[in-house]
Design a protein around this ligand. Structure first.
Ligand SMILES: Nc1ncnc2c1ncn2[C@@H]1O[C@H](COP(=O)(O)OP(=O)(O)OP(=O)(O)O)[C@@H](O)[C@H]1O
Ligand SMILES: [Mg+2]
Length: 501
């Protein structure tokens, strides 16, 4: 065993050395210095198992001698070698952590050796306990949950960990002066206190969403596991607090999402009902159109007998309105079916001119009535992968618009081009007034009519372009418009030339 002996009296030093060398069954390696400064240096330089310390040294006197040495080497056990005159100080040193004190002149070898051995052993146990305490303390302080122990009777706080302090915003000292009522908001205290009551017969209880007030007055919600513990015969309640803010927020978010989902589902259901309704009504509207149209034709061509010019005038007016109603019903039906996904197109490889030409010829009649003209400039070779009925519906709508929303004498041109690979473009350009800038982005919206409220003129319903857009997109193309006010409008739609994968 390596011992450091700090002693300024050569006689005492010699005596102790003598005692220790004479001991059987124990070998001491004794190193002697006569000043505290020298002792501290030695402790710095080498490991010692024990220090025998005289408190009255040339460079330090009294308790200070011990405290300085201990501060320097806290892990080494120290035995005080006291003179008769400083026995009181020696007792104080033991209180401050020295292992023992021996009065010089009253020791014999076996007493000395035993004191050293016990001292070393005690220090080792103390050290182990201290380390284990520190480990426990670190775990306790940094646990993810806040831990708070309070007196069951007085409700005052007895102990808490660092996590708890951080959760509440108080320092550990401030916590010691608080009671349960300080951390539960007054308005909630009553119910919180009631909920904090432990169910009889149960050791622990779990409390959810308990309001807790921070030092700054803010309230957060915590889940608390509450249990009773007994320390030194006294009962305390221990609460393990977990901040529930994140959980509550996640639950709120989840609830909002569920609510939104339900709204979406409801809207979808309503949309389906609406589409079904529109479909039924428009279908019923369309059915009598064909016999109506042929009856009027028969009146007009004289099959049903002579008619007067006045009767003809009225019949033609009826025919125009039947036409309008029929077109409206067709558009509404297409739109509703496209929206509900029921409109099934039948695209195939088609040459475009044979589809376009009949539409243009049919509408040239209307154009002539307005002194307007439609010229056709479509490449006869041009093909697309498209539904022919849909292409004529789109073109009919675009040409109707080009005639309806323009004054007399408008020139309309239908032309084609190949803007890029696997794509054709058909455009309808007119020389009319064009579309105002603010309306450009809206013309494809359902029921949108630019300038609808500006006096008499064409009375449509505003679905034509919405139908065109839906049809073109269903075939894998795009529709767009370019217009400068006063310089006419150009509507163009593309179609794929091959089947889309
Ligand atoms: N060639 C055009 N020149 C000027 N404005 C146009 C032209 N084409 C469309 N518009 C404007 O866009 C609006 C929407 O057109 P859309 O075809 O959707 O409806 P509509 O023609 O008014 O009615 P519907 O086609 O249902 O009978 C029109 O009301 C019109 O204001
Ligand atoms: Mg239209």
């Amino acid at each position: 065993m390596k011992a450091l002996f700090v002693e300024d009296s050569p006689a005492d030093a010699a005596l102790i050395r003598e005692m220790l060398t004479g001991v059987r069954n124990a070998s001491f390696e004794l190193e002697h210095v006569n000043r505290l400064g020298a002792g501290l240096e030695r402790l710095e330089a080498a490991e010692f198992d024990v220090v025998l310390l005289d408190l009255m040294l040339p460079d330090s006197r009294g308790l200070e001698t011990f405290t300085r040495l201990q501060a320097h080497a806290p892990r080494v056990p120290v035995l005080i070698m006291s003179g008769l005159d400083d026995e009181e100080v020696a007792v104080e040193a033991v209180r401050a952590g020295a292992q023992d004190y021996l009065v010089k002149g009253q020791v014999d070898p076996s007493l000395l050796v035993r004191a050293i051995r016990y001292g070393v052993e005690r220090k080792r146990t103390e050290q182990a306990l201290k380390e284990s305490n520190e480990r426990f303390r670190t775990l306790f302080e940094n646990a993810t949950d806040g831990i708070l122990v309070s007196d069951e009777q007085t409700k005052s706080f007895v102990m808490c960990n660092g996590t708890m302090c951080r959760m509440l915003g108080y320092s550990p000292e401030e916590m010691k002066n608080l009671v349960l009522a300080d951390i539960h908001p007054e308005e909630d205290l009553h119910s919180a206190a009631r909920r904090l009551e432990k169910p009889p017969g149960k050791k622990t209880s779990m409390l959810v969403d308990i309001p807790v007030r921070r030092k700054d007055g803010n309230v957060f919600y915590a889940d608390i596991v509450l249990s009773s513990i007994t320390l030194d015969g006294k009962t305390y309640s221990m609460g393990v607090f977990r901040d529930a803010t994140d959980r509550i927020q996640a639950e709120d978010l989840q609830r909002e999402l569920e609510a939104e989902k339900m709204v979406v589902e409801k809207l979808k259901r309503l949309d389906r009902i609406k589409n079904d309704f529109v479909e039924t009504v428009t279908h019923e509207l369309r059915t009598p159109m064909t016999p109506l149209r042929s009856s009027i034709e028969m009146f007009l061509d004289g099959t049903l007998g002579e008619i007067t010019p006045r009767q003809r005038e009225f019949l033609e007016m009826i025919a125009r309105n039947v036409e309008r109603l029929s077109r409206y019903a067709t558009d509404m039906l297409s739109l509703s079916r496209l929206e509900s996904g029921k409109h099934t197109l039948h695209p195939s490889h088609v040459t475009l001119l044979p589809i376009i030409r009949p539409v243009v010829e049919l509408l040239r009649r209307n154009a002539r009535k307005k002194n307007s003209s439609i010229s056709l400039n479509v490449n006869s070779e041009m093909t697309a992968f498209a539904d022919p009925d849909a292409v004529s519906e789109v073109l009919t709508n675009l040409l109707n618009n080009a005639l309806a929303h323009t004054p007399q004498g408008t020139r309309v041109i239908v032309s084609s081009k190949l803007p890029r690979e696997h794509c054709v473009e058909i455009s309808v350009a007119d020389s009319g007034p064009g579309i105002p800038k603010h309306a450009i982005s809206k013309v494809f919206d359902k029921f949108y009519q630019a300038g609808r409220d500006s006096g008499p003129g064409y009375k449509g319903t505003g679905v034509g372009l919405a139908v065109c857009k839906a049809l073109v997109e269903a075939m894998g193309g795009q529709i767009s418009v370019k217009s400068r006010p006063g310089k006419g409008a150009v509507f163009a739609f593309t179609l794929p030339t091959t089947r889309l994968t």
